[in-house]
Design a protein around this ligand. Sequence first.
Ligand SMILES: *Cc1c(COP(=O)(O)O)cnc(C)c1O
Length: 330
Amino acid sequence: MVEKLSSNENPFPPLPGVLSAVTDAAADLNRYPDMATSELIAALAELNGVENDQIVVGNGSTAVLETILKALCQEGDEVVHAWRSFEAYPIAVAVTGATSVPVPLTSEGRHDVDAMLAAVTDRTRAILLCTPNNPTGPVLTQAEVERVLAEAPSDVLVLLDEAYVEFVRDPDVVDAASLLPHHSRLVVLRTFSKAYGLAGLRVGYAVGRARLVGGFRAASTPFGVNALAQVAALESLRHRAELLERVEQLVQERGRLVAALRGQGWDIPDAQGNFVWFDVGDRAGVLARAFAEAGVIVRPFAGEGVRVTVGDRDANDIVIDVAGDFIAGA
Ligand SMILES: *Cc1c(COP(=O)(O)O)cnc(C)c1O
């Protein structure tokens, strides 16, 4: 059996209630979706303690990010982000004609906030912050994000990508809800792809000031969230407690996995998402092949390292076995 641990997917299948809601909704596929996505937006506003006009939804948070950058940037502009970070960032920036300014992570796989602030120029339109950082795992702290908000020029948008927020257990993690009311240029990105297990349906959203969000909505593709995705996301919010229990199980598995790997001698950075990072440099390809030979598909980044998603218990046991053999033979 092949274990796919390469895309940070949720190993649990959809909840029965979510599946039946989607199946029922499929009977009406001849109809357009709700163009305003009103019910889902109202539910997300309630969840986040904000007004409806502070939420913009899209076809996955990657699409929301693209919409935001397209509304914001033109040729000659710059967008600062950490690197290595989410692969979609440089692509989303390039589509707008703007230039990515990648800033290397620290040796611990954290955002280098000093270097990121130093990389800001009068052409910078946005700073992207990925917490926890994909693929390395550590979060940005409240103090780090407050520093960015205090020191970056006031016309620079600060985009906080919290794709894995439900998996975070680090008490120092940034609390976006506490910052949003005080910072008009802060925008937070969230997704249903990871903790909610709806990667295949594509739903994500952003939260920010109504004036900004209005502009992002105007720049969005009409009917950007399809009818089945709207139903599934809404139904998932109704089953949030049950889904968060699954997240907790994955967090427990993450703890077991990280402890086992560190026990073998691996230097695994703080893992706050549903993935772990092997900082193996130019042995990334070799390590990924060792996993593949054991039936586990992982994500190598040539010359940098290997990202492995936390799977179910059996899959994680294989990861532990392969990693143990690899470090013993290395
Ligand atoms: C997975 C992920 C997303 C979510 O992407 P979707 O388009 O919503 O599936 C966003 N940001 C990061 C850092 C991710 O890893």
